[in-house]
Design a protein around this ligand. Sequence first.
Ligand SMILES: [Zn+2]
Length: 150
Amino acid sequence: MIDWITGAYSGLTAAKDITKALIEIKEAAAVSGKALELNAVILDVQDKLFNARNEREDLQRQIKELESKLASVESWEETKSRYQLVSIHDGCHVYIENGQEPDLHSPPPYYCPTCFLNRNLVILQSPIRTMNRRTYKCAVCGTETLETRA
Ligand SMILES: [Zn+2]
């Protein structure tokens, strides 16, 4: 952005110098030549200002995108802090809300650990029951988690 400011400033300084020379010139042919030179400088400054406006708009869009991403991260961090990773079987982990305990008879909602790492809170659904175990499956990513009675 500094480049266009410097370029625009240099262009305006050149335009001022040309204008000063125009005032001092007495011949029409010389005036015409300086007017063309002045016009070229003005067009160059306009081009630099146009590019600067585009760059400014790009930067404003990037700021809005980053602000949105930051809000999303902050929101997820707040959500994430309300859950804990627990083991419900050897090597099988799920997320549950803080303050709850895994329970084979009356389980709290279990959340998919794979989706959780992707900032997605997905309840594991439809346990498949056998003698003393349940198998939960994530409807989003397909992760299966086994829970057994100790
Ligand atoms: Zn999942």
